[in-house]
Design a binder for this molecule. Structure first.
Ligand SMILES: Cc1cc2nc3c(=O)[nH]c(=O)nc-3n(C[C@H](O)[C@H](O)[C@H](O)COP(=O)(O)OP(=O)(O)OC[C@H]3O[C@@H](n4cnc5c(N)ncnc54)[C@H](O)[C@@H]3O)c2cc1C
Ligand code: SF4
Ligand code: SF4
Length: 1018
């Protein structure tokens, strides 16, 4: 049995008085003090881990002012805060042992969009893609691009002066900031915008903090102009972090925002920003050029830039290989074909933008003609990409590159610390050659990609930072790379800001460093804003890159074996891909509905890591505990659950985070590192409930699959309970809600009447070859069979209409509910039994077809430990193999139908929707896939009382609006049984399964019956 893990309390922390003061001062936002919250905010995407004392979640600018005014009180002079947005920094920018101010949870409103002036005003926590989604209907966009655009906030982008692909055309974030509303540490609320001389004089004359700041910055930029000119590099990506070179603008204005942009939360807290918007380019195309080696790609990049393209991105062989295994690859594979002489080892992607199709055609022709007429050694060929969706898919692959690098086996993983150097583009190829030689000389693996047009290189050497000798390499390589960038006229901090790497600031800025310190001291005299970043107070040194605690040092306690046994939880690198803001995106529903980072894959992975570490500290191997028999199990669990001492147990905090997980598996399919929360959650729950009693609903849910056939036998009684108010009340008491009633039909009896045989190995084995080729075995799950039998009957009918002989598998227990709830022992027994039965059925070679995507895909993931060899196909996978049997209609108008695919199949079976499209296209219908996230039901999740509110929130966030405005479709279908139940429950609408629509189409019927009591038109 796992021991109690005492949760650390911070009541004694000096921050506690500060937090209590804030609460009494009327802070509207929440205060996070729990061990779990502090743990989840202890990491970003960097190699470091620093636990904050607490987290504040301000609701508005007034809250920021309350925080600042509290900081200004003498008794809190020692308290420091670090603002935080998406937490996607790669160099520890937002990490602090002080108090985190998370502007992302609540301060994420788009305040105004003025499409005429092309200006938007937003709060600091607005995510970049969120803004662009809102701007799209106006034909506008916020131009600075970055790979983390679906979770990085405008506040974070401004504070790191972010940019990425397209920076040569569009510049950096600071180029698009018109005004900043900032809160200073004395509580001043100031709107900073470029000012003319007279206004500047008025500001300088003020006798307050604003006056001090303007006097100091104006004096330095005027007196030290020569040094600024000499020291600030002349790169396309000019220097970020107190950018003194751009305060005095070419047009004569004085722009304090140049200093604020890139200041990494060290000068002020940004509350709002006024941003410049640009029209979305009307037309775009990509030219995807393949090379036989990466150096050739780098060398050729200069030729491409000379062709006046909008941007050039490059990818090396390692990233390309990883991209080929990624979920996005099937959508873009055609643009990166393998050549007869072998696969490509480097790619350049050139982007072409134009205002009209004609202009685009001309520009594209100029580029492709130049490529054809001027061969370059190593250049193998190219393709072009047109169409918004296709172009977006190529950029998605490029954006996922960093994450993909983390998708490797074992403890040696790519880590960021020299990942964003910039040199003048003309020096890039030579610089990279030396960089590679440096990494090769250390024997390190790495992948490379970058913005070649801007001279920016992304590289993450692969290290295992639990190993002291690898940890030492961070210093050695950083120092060498700093020297190399200086040699080639570049900088270490080319894109992602300085963070912990500020150690190199004093040497780089030399005589200007004291001026930077002066600026910091004027803005923040007590050094309370994000200390340790960019500059240190006069007389003090900045922390060194090897003085901040490494994540790896903590992971060392866990050990590699245990890290490997918990489904990549320990390898989450914090890139924040799972914080996707978009309600219509698939990752991660529980985070989207709560905006609580604990309830995200990263949050759960962090907590799991910490839990494993705390167990390791006590010498506990969780795998051994899982296997250990517990003779007095119930008595122990009862005692542990009743004992008040056990209220204080870190495991409860971990369980609370796991409870809100829908087990939708979007993380397992879409996280670039393949962090699989459902997998490690099941292992955690199994261990947790060896120590504590389970809630009553757990055994009920776990048993539902096995008891359904029995309940079907006493259907009237079951329906009386499930349908009556007394029955519902009793169910609610047990923790279950919204249980469906059973329809008055028995699939098996109906199928028997229709002469559909039950598939047995012997029966299938007796079929001759031709009969086998013309047969199909449906493997229904208990839920579809009992609650939604018409889907199965229609599937059988579809097979018949296609001239095939349908069989039905004997009742098999899938066991998914057991797995979800952590009944791992029972699940393993069930899964082994079912896997063996399916394998026996599969011996005859007749295709096996599941109905529900989530239950069918369980045979591929949850069953991976059973050794099951057979593959149970999704309906569309099977239909794709019999496409030639589907009749093609003779002309006429194509019906448009919409599919609401189950999120698990969309995230874990990459070609699933394309196959459905092919099937419906063959039937003369155009299928569109509804853009929606998770419906919120997710198996039994939405049937549990404690989850119902979250489940309904999710439905209203995405599915409800999607169904309210179907995409000009005549019919909307859903593949998931849970999804159909949720729609029926929430909106009273029955959506058909695609099998039902196909049956109707095959029979050329206009009206399709839905289980006797409803019909819909097709
Ligand atoms: C996989 C990956 C790819 C990346 N690609 C790019 C890229 O293409 N281009 C690029 O520029 N960067 C990139 N980054 C780095 C990172 O995403 C950017 O620096 C981003 O701008 C950070 O935004 P955030 O909201 O996550 O900020 P955070 O990481 O939360 O914070 C970053 C800094 O901003 C400060 N800050 C945040 N909010 C405020 C506020 N309201 N007021 C004052 N200070 C604040 C913090 O204190 C911190 O110093 C990448 C990171 C990852 C993990
Ligand atoms: S869970 Fe995956 S997507 Fe989320 S932060 Fe970790 S590695 Fe990134
Ligand atoms: S399974 Fe779904 S809800 Fe759970 S962590 Fe993964 S993405 Fe989030």
């Amino acid at each position: 049995m796992i021991p109690r893990l005492v949760a650390e309390h911070h009541n004694a922390s000096p921050a506690e008085a500060f937090l209590s003061y804030l609460a009494s001062a009327g802070l509207e936002g929440e205060i996070g003090r729990s061990a779990a919250e502090r743990n989840v905010f202890a990491t970003d995407n960097s190699i470091y881990q620093v636990e904050p004392a607490a987290i504040l979640f301000p609701r508005n600018t007034d809250d920021l002012k309350r925080i600042a005014k509290a900081l200004a009180r003498p008794e809190f002079a020692e308290i420091s805060v670090a603002p935080r947005g998406g937490g996607t920094g790669t160099n520890g920018q937002s990490l602090t042992s002080g108090v985190v101010v998370d502007c992302s949870r609540h301060m994420n409103r788009i305040l105004a969009i003025d499409p005429v002036r092309r200006v938007a005003r937003v709060e600091a926590g607005v995510v970049k893609d969120q803004l662009n989604k809102a701007l799209a209907p106006h034909g506008l966009f916020f131009a600075p691009e970055l790979s983390t655009s679906n979770r990085a906030t405008i506040g974070g982008m401004i504070s790191t002066d972010a940019c990425g692909q397209g920076s040569c055309l569009y510049g950096k974030t600071s180029n698009h900031v018109l005004a900043l509303r900032v809160v200073l540490t004395d509580g001043t609320d100031f709107l900073s915008r470029p000012v003319r001389e007279e206004e500047l004089r008025a500001l300088q004359a003020r006798r307050d903090r604003i006056g001090d700041i303007h006097r100091t910055v104006a004096r330095i930029t005027s007196n030290d102009r020569a040094e600024i000119e000499r020291i600030f590099p002349k790169l396309n990506r000019f220097m970020t972090g107190y950018d003194l070179a751009h305060v005095q603008r070419g047009d004569g204005a004085f722009d304090l925002n140049a200093v604020l942009c890139g200041s990494e939360g060290t000068l002020a807290m940004i509350a709002e920003a006024e941003l410049n918007l640009l029209p979305i380019p009307a037309c775009a195309a990509l030219v995807n050029i393949r090379y036989d080696n990466f150096n050739a790609a780098l060398e050729d990049a200069r030729n491409l830039v000379a062709l006046d393209v909008a941007s050039v991105e490059t990818i090396d062989e390692t990233v390309l290989r990883l991209a080929k295994g990624d979920i996005v690859w099937p959508r873009i594979a055609a643009f990166f074909p393998d050549d007869a002489i072998g696969p490509s080892n480097g790619i350049n992607i050139a982007e072409i933008l134009a205002d009209t199709p004609l202009e685009l055609a001309e520009k594209l022709s100029a580029v492709t003609t130049a490529l054809e007429n001027n061969p370059f050694p190593g250049r193998k060929g190219f393709t072009t990409t047109h169409g918004k969706a296709e172009i977006e898919a190529v950029w998605t692959m490029r954006k996922r590159a960093v994450g993909l690098l983390g998708n490797v086996e074992g403890p040696v993983r790519p880590v960021p610390f020299v990942e964003d150097t910039a040199v003048p583009p003309e020096n890039l190829a030579a610089y990279i050659r030396e960089f590679r030689a440096l990494l090769d000389s250390e024997g390190l693996a790495y992948g490379m990609f970058g913005h070649v047009d801007a001279g920016v290189l992304h590289v993450r050497p692969a290290l295992d930072l639990t190993r002291p000798e690898h940890a030492a390499l961070v210093r050695r390589i950083s120092d060498a790379v700093v020297a190399l960038t200086r040699k080639h006229g570049g900088v270490l901090w080319g894109e992602h800001g300085k963070g912990v790497r500020s150690e190199y600031v004093p040497a780089f800025f030399g005589p200007l460093y004291p001026r930077l310190q002066e600026i910091k001291a004027t803005f923040d005299p007590l050094g309370q804003l994000n200390p340790g970043k960019i500059v240190a107070p006069a007389g003090k040194a900045l922390p060194k890159i090897d003085e901040i605690p490494l994540r790896g040092a903590l992971d060392r306690d866990i050990g590699n074996d245990i890290r490997a046994a918990f489904d990549n939880a320990a390898y989450c690198n914090g890139n924040g891909g799972c914080f996707d803001f978009d309600a219509d995106g698939l990752m991660c529903p529980s985070y989207k509905a709560t905006r609580d980072r604990r309830f995200s894959p990263k949050g759960r992975a962090s907590l799991m890591r910490e839990w494993l570490r705390r167990l390791a500290e006590k010498g506990i191997d969780p795998r051994r505990e899982a296997a250990r028999p517990q003779p007095l199990g119930f008595v122990n669990r009862l005692w542990n659950s009743l004992n008040p001492a056990n209220r204080d147990d870190f495991s409860h905090e971990v369980r609370a985070a796991m409870d809100t997980c829908l087990a939708c598996k979007a993380c397992a399919g879409q996280c670039p590192v393949k962090v699989s929360v459902p997998a490690f959650r099941a292992k955690f729950l199994a261990l947790y409930y060896k120590r504590y009693l389970r809630p009553l609903k757990d055994p009920l849910v776990a048993a539902i699959e096995t008891t359904l056939p029995l309940m079907a036998r006493v259907r009237p009684l079951y329906n009386l309970v499930a349908g009556s108010s007394a029955g519902k009340a009793a169910m609610r008491r047990a923790g279950l809600t919204a249980l469906p009633t059973l329809p008055s039909i028995s699939v098996r009896r109906t199928l028997a009447r229709q002469n559909v045989s039950v598939a047995t190995p012997a029966r299938l084995g007796r079929l001759d070859e031709a009969a086998r080729a013309g047969a199909v075995v449906f493997v229904p799950d208990a839920f579809t069979e009992h609650f939604d039998p018409h889907v199965l009957l229609d599937a059988v009918e579809v097979a018949r209409l296609l001239g095939l002989t349908p069989f039905i598998a004997p009742p098999l227990v899938n066991g998914k509910a057991l797995h979800v709830h952590g009944y791992l022992g029972a699940f393993e027994k069930t899964a082994r039994r079912t896997a063996a039965a399916i394998d026996r059925l599969a011996e005859a070679g007749v295709p096996l077809v599941g109905i529900d995507p989530s239950m069918t895909l369980a045979f591929r993931s949850e069953y991976s430990g059973t050794g099951m060899k057979a593959r149970v196909l999704l309906p569309q996978e099977w239909l794709a193999t019999v496409l030639d049997r589907l009749p093609s209609p003779a002309g006429g108008e194509r019906k448009r139908v919409q599919l609401m695919a189950h999120c698990t199949e969309r995230t874990n079976a990459p070609v699933a929707t394309a196959q459905w499209k092919a099937v419906f296209a063959k039937l003369g219908m155009e299928l569109v896939v509804g853009e929606a996230g998770c419906c919120g039901m997710a198996g039994t999740f939405g049937h549990e009382v404690r989850n119902r509110a979250l489940s309904e929130t999710l439905y209203t966030m995405s599915w409800q609006p999607a169904l309210a405005t179907p995409d000009r479709a005549e019919l909307v279908m859903a593949t998931g049984y849970s999804c159909r139940s949720q729609v029926k429950l929430m909106d009273g609408v029955r959506l058909p399964h695609p099998f039902q629509a196909i049956r109707a189409a095959l029979q050329e019927r206009l009206t399709l019956p839905l289980g006797g009591d409803a019909t819909y038109d097709i």
